[in-house]
Design a protein around this ligand. Structure first.
Ligand SMILES: NC(=O)c1ccc[n+]([C@@H]2O[C@H](COP(=O)([O-])OP(=O)(O)OC[C@H]3O[C@@H](n4cnc5c(N)ncnc54)[C@H](O)[C@@H]3O)[C@@H](O)[C@H]2O)c1
Ligand SMILES: Cc1ncc(C=O)c(C(=O)O)c1O
Length: 309
């Protein structure tokens, strides 16, 4: 039974995950190697709690469901039933975390990675108890998006996958078990297929970035939140899909490297909201307003989709 959770890495994903798990009644200890990230996480945690209130996710009783910040990794993982690794998407950075906690955790502690797509089989090569390592892939923003992918690697015990699936379900979230440990799992394979085509269309001057977003959000995204891709095929008709895909698939982007526009921008440290400029430009005031507006809209849409209008 999982009661105590350590979260290692408090960047974009960690604070929202901590808030949501604590709201599920779990005791969470959060740690980051960068003191500035811990400070930022404190305010992100309180913003996430406000959103969880708006989603009507009930607070647990007073003695459970707390988040505590730890000063060192040993303190963070001590007594943890589950450690969630949430550090940058780089195998050597993740492996270093696994090595540093290996002697500090119990042999029955589950280690989960929030990797966006590194196969779990590769990650579990760096840990003494690979049968207790699993992928637990949250979606951003993690305190609002209810679906979490669960992925076993070649050496993951089926019981480990089952335990994490049950944990997710028990706190009112939506586990989806991915049956094969392939790069990107399922969510990011689908998302990155869309993003590859979207970046290519903008880069080739077919459409302006703002219009691309209007086209995808209102033409596809709005619909797909209600009618998933498999159901959409049936709604459109497989005969139509057959005809269109017979000429269109061959014309879609199939580039296997990173698009030049993304390489140029990342080289110039234009990373998006975190640096104030990416595909679009953002002032600090705009960022604050955007984050509030997006959280409000996501909460409203989720309430409707859950039939709580
Ligand atoms: N950003 C997303 O939309 C998103 C969504 C789902 C999953 N993920 C995945 O989650 C993981 C984390 O992503 P993120 O966007 O939160 O990254 P991030 O870069 O925003 O944050 C990573 C944090 O890890 C900390 N860190 C680095 N090394 C550490 C160490 N040795 N010990 C403790 N802390 C350490 C950094 O200081 C930083 O605060 C990645 O694997 C990423 O692919 C990201
Ligand atoms: C661009 C991008 N890449 C990865 C992820 C998740 O792993 C996300 C997301 O969760 O939104 C993303 O937007």
């Amino acid at each position: 039974m999982i009661r105590n959770i350590a979260i290692i890495g408090l960047g974009t994903m960690g604070p929202g995950m901590a808030a949501r798990l604590a709201r599920g009644g779990l005791q969470v200890v959060a740690y980051d190697v960068a003191p500035a990230a811990i400070e930022r996480a404190r305010s992100m945690l309180s913003a996430a709690e406000t959103v969880l209130d708006a989603l009507d996710i009930a607070s647990p009783s007073a003695d459970v469901g707390m988040v505590r910040f730890a000063d060192d990794i040993g303190d963070a993982v001590s007594g943890a039933d589950l450690v969630i690794e949430n550090v940058p998407e780089n195998i050597s950075v993740k492996a270093e975390v696994y090595r540093s906690i290996d002697g500090l955790i119990g042999s029955d502690t589950i280690v989960a990675s929030d990797t966006s797509g590194i196969p779990i089989t590769k990650l579990q090569a760096h840990i003494s108890h690979p049968e207790r390592m699993v992928g637990m892939h949250w979606s951003n923003p993690p305190h609002i998006i209810p679906m979490i992918e669960v992925i076993g690697g070649e050496r993951t015990a089926p019981q480990t996958v089952a335990t994490i699936r049950e944990l997710i379900r028990s706190i009112g979230l939506l586990p989806v078990v991915v049956k094969k440990d392939i790069p990107g799992f399922v969510e990011n394979r689908v998302l990155y297929a869309l993003l590859r085509e979207a970046v290519d269309l903008v880069e080739r001057g077919v459409i302006d970035p703002e219009d691309l977003d209007t086209c995808v959000s209102w033409g596809i995204g709005y619909k797909i939140a209600v009618i998933g891709p498999m159901a959409l095929l049936d709604m459109a008709g497989l005969d139509i899909y057959k005809s269109v895909s017979s000429f269109l698939n061959a014309d879609l982007s199939n580039r296997d490297d990173v698009a030049p526009v993304v390489l140029e921008k990342t080289k110039a440290s234009k990373l998006g909201i975190k640096s104030g400029e990416g595909m679009f430009f953002y002032t600090p005031e705009q960022i604050k307003a955007l984050q509030g507006e997006r959280a409000r809209k996501l909460v409203a849409v989720r309430r409707i989709l859950e039939g709580r209008g």
